[in-house]
Design a protein around this ligand. Structure first.
Ligand SMILES: Cc1ncc(C[n+]2csc(CCOP(=O)(O)OP(=O)(O)O)c2C)c(N)n1
Ligand code: SF4
Length: 350
């Protein structure tokens, strides 16, 4: 079997405004199980970046270890990539981002990677408002090591070989809200209409943008009794709102009432269907987002959509007041400006 994608492409394939075809955003052929939700998430990342006309070399993709963390090989092959140690993606991403603030950082992780071994790293990346799109491919199990319970597995659920889980599940979206995350969304790998604009909005957000994506493991955790199975999510998904993403370009104006839908023409001639949030839903209200997640959970529902956004978000570089140039471009003269500059700094402390 060959895992190499044929390089021939039809010369008339449509190109985005920076001259790339959608195929330029793909990676090698996936070796994940056929039907794995993670492959759909990779596809959504490909579409999101193609539509936003992001130059692939401007993206740095990072991951931990797991089936989910293998996926950066399957998207954006012309981007920078780094598979870190299991659960340690956020600290490597922090180092990379501090060195070069000019790249777009996309981190992918599994629920084992983020909610168990990497929980401490996840927490501190949120606390520091690291400027990253953090996609959790949440299947409620350790897929790569054959289906053991992860920390997001449902209490009482059974592994494929019959072991019951005695512990309650951690909900990382609620936890992220509690910790002060500046962007929190939840979606389902099989719902590209919702997932792609959420990824685009996350890429545009200056700060930690967390997307909890339910992504069924067809091999070890696709039982209808699991809240991370295809059947369960399809039957219990409840969207907070219908969202679409309009990139920052020349201003497009529209006006319509709360609760209504409106078709808007974009710069490339395509249309987006906007639906204004219901009057009683405010994604800028952190505590109502937390309450809403809780009430959905008590009704056995999965709340999806943009749950919370802080429009005043100040990311790590802003909080640390670093120079606007990437640190990796600073020269010896910038870093060591001489004794006169040192005297001035010392005088400021007297
Ligand atoms: C330090 C360390 N501990 C344990 C492992 C073994 N290991 C590899 S992947 C994995 C679980 C991955 O599960 P998850 O993050 O949920 O991703 P999935 O495979 O389900 O996508 C484990 C325990 C490892 N590679 N490194
Ligand atoms: S074991 Fe599960 S998570 Fe891993 S590739 Fe297969 S379906 Fe996906």
């Amino acid at each position: 079997m060959s895992y190499i994608r044929p390089s021939f492409r039809h010369p008339l394939l449509p190109k985005n405004e920076v001259g790339f075809t959608k195929a330029d955003y793909e990676g090698v052929i996936s070796t994940l199980c056929a039907g794995c939700g993670h492959d759909s998430v990779s596809g959504a990342i490909v579409r999101a970046c193609y539509e936003m006309a992001i130059e692939p070399h401007r993206v740095a993709k990072l991951s931990g270890i797991g089936c989910s963390s293998k996926t950066p090989t399957y998207f954006l092959r012309q981007s920078h990539g780094f598979n870190t140690v299991h659960g340690r993606m956020p600290s490597v991403a922090t180092g990379a981002y501090m060195a070069n603030r000019d790249l777009i950082y996309v981190g992918v992780s599994g629920d084992g990677d983020s909610a168990s071994i990497g929980l401490g790293q996840f927490v501190h990346a949120i606390r520091r408002n690291l400027n990253i799109v953090y996609i959790l491919m949440n299947n409620g199990c350790y897929g790569l090591t054959k289906g053991q319970h992860s920390a997001t597995a449902d209490e009482g659920s059974k592994t494929k070989d019959g072991v019951s889980n005695p512990f309650p599940a951690i909900d990382l979206a609620s936890m992220a809200l509690e910790l002060g995350a500046t962007f929190v969304g939840r979606s389902f790998s099989g719902d590209k209409t919702q997932l792609i604009p959420l990824i685009q909005a996350a890429i545009s957000h200056p700060g930690f943008a967390f997307l909890d994506v339910l992504s069924p493991c067809v091999t070890f955790n696709n039982k209808p009794s699991s809240t991370k199975s295809y059947d369960f999510v399809r039957a219990h998904q409840e969207a907070t709102s219908t969202i679409d993403f309009v990139p920052h370009k020349k201003e497009i104006l529209t006006n319509y009432a709360a609760g209504d839908a409106k078709q808007v023409k974009l710069h490339d001639g395509s249309y987006v269907q906007l639906r204004k949030l219901a009057a009683n839903w405010d994604p800028t209200d952190r505590s109502s987002a937390m309450d809403r997640i809780r009430s959905a959970k008590s009704n056995d529902e999965i709340l999806t959509g943009l749950l919370y956004i802080d429009q005043e978000s100040r990311d790590l570089h802003e909080l640390e007041q670093t120079v606007s140039r990437p640190l990796n471009s600073l020269t010896e003269v910038d870093l060591c400006p001489g004794s006169k500059a040192l005297e001035k700094i010392n005088a400021a402390f007297r």
